[in-house]
Design a protein around this ligand. Structure first.
Ligand SMILES: [Zn+2]
Length: 228
């Protein structure tokens, strides 16, 4: 009995961290990431863009069939989404959720705003579409680099208990989007990141298993005054 309690206590004390991938589906790159995660037995969530799902539903099915979470990342990934009308926002989210449901058999429950830009109106739209907003707290900026070593170093440096790591299996926009479309650096970095964080004692968990922390959404509202 005492041993069981001790095991439970030790496992609870292990720091937890979650992996997330944005801007897919992206064909071979997404599948390669799924295969690495599967071989390492690590969970992850994929935040997919509706217009890309429409062009590549097979890859979303691949992600889902391998047991990974598939979530909503808007339909067009527009910079202007946070300032659109409530009905336009809801339409973006609804279309994406509906399409995901036809592929996975269930509606997604999570939404990450494109570029991490958010407004109170977008929060309302997400609530009305029954989506929980998810941010991140570890950003190695793999949208600017394919240097695997740099990506690993940045993640290990920023990692913390309860952290959410932002990576990209696709790149929708940005000045290096075309150049980095094959996601070579991220794919090369992924097994190294998993090994390095496990060595530091981290447990990879699904987002639902992380404690609800302020950083989930607080960085989405950088101008909001801090309350105690
Ligand atoms: Zn994105």
């Amino acid at each position: 009995m005492a041993a069981t309690c001790w095991v439970k206590l030790v496992s609870k004390m292990k720091p937890s961290i979650a992996l997330t991938f944005d801007d897919g589906p992206n064909g071979v790159a997404t599948r390669s990431i799924v295969d690495i995660l599967k071989s390492k037995n690590v969970p992850a969530a994929f935040f997919c863009i509706g217009s890309r799902i429409e062009k590549d539903p097979k890859t979303v099915r691949y992600v889902n069939d391998h047991g990974f979470s598939v979530a909503n990342h808007s339909w067009r990934h527009s910079f202007y989404l946070p300032v659109q009308s409530l009905s336009a926002m809801r339409d973006e989210l609804h279309r994406t959720s509906e399409l995901l449901q036809t592929i996975t058999g269930r509606p997604p429950s999570l939404f990450r705003p494109p570029h991490g830009f958010c407004t109170p109106r977008l929060v309302s739209a997400a609530q009305q579409e029954r989506l929980e907003i998810i941010g991140w707290s570890v950003d190695p900026q793999d949208y600017y680099t394919d240097n695997a070593q740099l990506i690993v170093e940045r993640i290990v440096k920023q990692a913390h208990d309860g952290g959410i790591i932002l990576l990209h299996d696709g790149l929708h926009d940005g000045f290096r989007a075309k150049q980095l479309a094959d996601r070579k650096g991220t794919i090369e970095a992924l097994p190294l990141v998993i090994d390095a964080l496990r060595e530091k004692g981290y447990d990879f968990v699904v987002l639902d298993q992380l404690p609800r922390m302020s950083h989930w959404t607080s960085h989405l509202f950088p101008t909001e005054p801090k309350t105690k």
